[in-house]
Design a protein around this ligand. Sequence first.
Ligand SMILES: [Zn+2]
Length: 477
Amino acid sequence: MPEGERFLPNDSPLAYLVPEAKVAVPLTPVSPSELSTRFDSLGAQAKSWIESTGFKAEPGSFALLPDSNGKLARVLAGASKEGSPGNNGLWDLAGLPSALPEGIYALDGVNDREKATRMALGWALGCYAFARYKKPKRDFAKLVWPQNADRGKVERLAKGHALARDLINTPAEEMGPAELQTAAEELARNHQAACRTIIGDDLLKQNYPTIHAVGRASSRAPRLIDIVWGDAASPKITLVGKGVCFDTGGLDLKTAAGMRLMKKDMGGAATVLGLAGAIMDAGLPVRLRVLIPAVDNAVAGNAMRPMDVIRTRKGISVEVGDTDAEGRLILCDALAEAASEKPALIIDLATLTGAARVALGPELPALFASDEELAADIVEAGKRESDPLWRLPLWRPYREMLKSNIADINNVSDSSFAGAITAALYLAEFVPHDTKWAHIDTYAWNQKTRPGRPEGGEALCLRALYAMIEARFGGKR
Ligand SMILES: [Zn+2]
């Protein structure tokens, strides 16, 4: 990482939410069905302008209204109707910062606190740019903080997203295991959390054989990053994030097309760090632990080989059926350590399988949970936050697909079916049945640019998980 480069805090999107302004253009959200009733208050000239320009108030669209001097007098922003299924209005304004003329705008007619909060958050998410190597072509438009918005919530979620996106978008050359450790340490320092890291051969001494085996072939040493924060007497929550900084596939080398996006194979770790930042920032009454196994899955003479057998931290022996199924290998030792403390909740996030993408596509992380209520809470929170996940089953009979002739388990299935489920079942071997545990198989990437979601790294389900954890453990401060 170049000297002076910092991955924290990235609060630059928040620079586009300003305290107040002498001159701000009123910005009025209006849904298609409200448009005609708005005409009365806007006057005949505006009505005629709107009708002649064909503005229909579709969510994401906007109309610039001039005054009699030809200056910009008001913006009408198309908004979704309250209660639209799967859409809480978060994205309604999120495309405007990069579409409206640069300047300062102020929300008009939004009195509801939750709506104002969502609109401010959407604005902030729409003001993210990955500017490490290239200056953006234009500046974003600014929004005056809506008076009744929950500013703390907007700030901590926007920062969490910006951090995760930055970490994922940074090329692997500058975001290796050491740099991921630095980012975690900075996050910990900013929140008075402890952070210790076990590096290289010390992983063997301290019994993390799978993390070492996956990462040992890289010149950049593998490690386990371990953040602890909060009162030891509070309920324990442990987040585990897959931190494969680059995945070549190992000796079972990926194709060029399959390898291209693999800088994002630490997307689980990045999302977990963004989420942890939000939890610590809110001061939720939990004892938070974050475990990130960080490795390069590289090719060298000392790389692990297909059909090698690794004795894991838990004592379960694993045959390496495929060196490209490395994510579950590094996660299993981290999960065994996480479970040893008997926390109230374990959540792991990982860019784990292509099968999850085949089943659900890029926008829906696959959720697996050991507990019905936990699964329902996460899915519901995802709906409320416009941050959806979709549950897949931990179908125990498929465990037999992971059989090995010489070890307790294989790291890959002998079938091409149900790959996301068998990966989850592999992980389940390392978490006791009575532990509340959710495993999330995420893409961590926006395939294409949509309002508030630029193409590139994405902290999918960060808002959903934050909302679920806040509702279950914290309540409000
Ligand atoms: Zn892999």
